[in-house]
Design a binder for this molecule. Structure first.
Ligand SMILES: NC(=O)c1ccc[n+]([C@@H]2O[C@H](COP(=O)([O-])OP(=O)(O)OC[C@H]3O[C@@H](n4cnc5c(N)ncnc54)[C@H](O)[C@@H]3O)[C@@H](O)[C@H]2O)c1
Length: 362
């Protein structure tokens, strides 16, 4: 098996799909690994380390893509990379196809076998390859939100922790899953007053147990969402309906009712976002103002901490990649239901039901 590791080209991306350690493991199992020159540099992994691990360093992207039968990546291919698609290519990466119909069309047209990290399931039905990045995005959402609340950054000038004698900042988090729970942890650590909402009562019970009632937990019905949004300085969007476009849970009217200078960080933007007024932004231009509220919606937040994110991502992808290298891709997919659930496109069709529904495919 020949594995290609191209340099990520999405705006501001710093992660790489393989560490030298993982590369070494794949090489020992018999794979040839082609790493594009400098692919790991923004995560602090040097070409010399990959070479020592047994990889071949290739100078250009077309080599990392074209000479490999399995390409491992972090973010979804950008349109300039569609030219590398071909029927004998297997792609293992985040795809979030419900939000990028053009990419889905290109994968279908070129008959790529595309396995999406975010659709791979563990035996107990969890999403093990989404989880570590959600933890990172959740934690970052509070640190980013706290920074944006500073007056010089266009925010309302609220310090999340406050000081004795003042009201702390108020954080509302919609979605109490992996990213929401970690946002909650950071916000609580900073001393903010936190309200968290979800449709799943068991998630709220877990938060209530963990913080012994210190966090306000609310069922995510429209009335509660409206109240929590109006009352907060920092709103975090953290909902997910797996493989589908994120539901719009915060309306324009709710955003208009927020205090000027309040901040929205919509983590769910990679699935289209869960706030009516949200548009994707980038690391280069991360925010915009709408209805007096600062909006932040970067779809690849973990790139802000490329080293930690690369280590977090690759420790999760490693068992799946090792399985594919050891057994071959077809056998690995037959043997591992959870990995097979990750297949989004194959032989010219969208084969994941929710993705197909979201995009209008059969
Ligand atoms: N922007 C980024 O850089 C980045 C990074 C990682 C993950 N993400 C995204 O963040 C989103 C959340 O991921 P996660 O791992 O936390 O998901 P998760 O499945 O762990 O949690 C999502 C939660 O949303 C809840 N939910 C679903 N519909 C809801 C609704 N209508 N109202 C209220 N709650 C609802 C679910 O019950 C669940 O608890 C995903 O879209 C994921 O792809 C983005």
């Amino acid at each position: 098996m020949i594995i290609g590791v191209p340099t990520e080209i999405k705006d501001g991306e710093t992660r790489v799909a393989m560490t030298p350690n993982l590369c070494h493991r794949c090489v020992k199992l018999g794979a040839t690994v082609l790493v594009q020159k400098g692919a790991g540099s923004r995560a602090g992994f040097l070409d010399t380390e990959y070479r020592r691990a047994g990889a071949k360093i290739v100078n250009r992207a077309d080599k990392a893509w074209g000479d490999a039968n399995l390409v491992v990546k972090v973010k979804e291919p950008q349109s300039s990379e569609f030219k590398y698609f071909r029927p004998d290519l297997t792609l293992f990466t985040y795809l979030h196809l419900a939000a990028v119909p053009k990419l889905a069309a290109a994968l279908v047209e070129k008959q790529v076998l595309a396995i999406a990290y975010e659709s791979v399931e563990s035996r107990d039905g969890y999403l093990p390859l989404l989880k570590p990045m959600s933890h990172i995005a959740g934690r970052l959402s509070i640190q980013t939100g706290a920074y944006l609340l500073q007056t010089q950054n266009g925010g309302s000038g609220v310090l999340l922790g406050g000081i004795p004698g003042t009201m702390p900042g108020r954080v509302a988090i919609v979605g109490a899953g992996n990213s929401g729970a970690h946002a909650c942890r950071m916000a609580m650590g900073m001393g903010a007053r936190v309200a968290i909402l979800d449709l799943d009562a068991s998630k709220l019970e877990m938060i209530d147990d963990e913080y012994r009632g210190g966090v306000v937990t609310l069922m995510a019905n429209p009335g509660n969402i409206e109240m929590a949004v109006q009352d907060c300085d920092l709103l975090i969007g953290a909902v997910l309906v797996p493989n589908a476009k994120a539901p719009t849970v915060v309306t324009s009217a709710m955003v208009k009712a927020m205090r000027p200078g309040s901040v929205i960080v919509d983590i769910a933007i990679d699935q289209g976002g869960c706030v009516a007024t949200i548009e994707p932004t980038s690391h280069r231009n991360p925010t915009y103002l709408k209805h007096g509220v600062l909006h932040y919606a970067v779809p690849n937040m973990p790139a802000l901490v490329g080293r930690t994110s690369t280590l977090g991502l690759t420790q999760a992808t490693e068992p799946y990649l090792v399985h594919m290298v050891s057994r071959g891709i077809e056998l690995a997919l037959q043997e591992h239901d959870g990995l097979a659930k990750g297949i989004n496109t194959r032989a010219g069709e969208v084969v994941n039901a929710q993705v197909a529904k979201a995009l209008g495919y059969r």
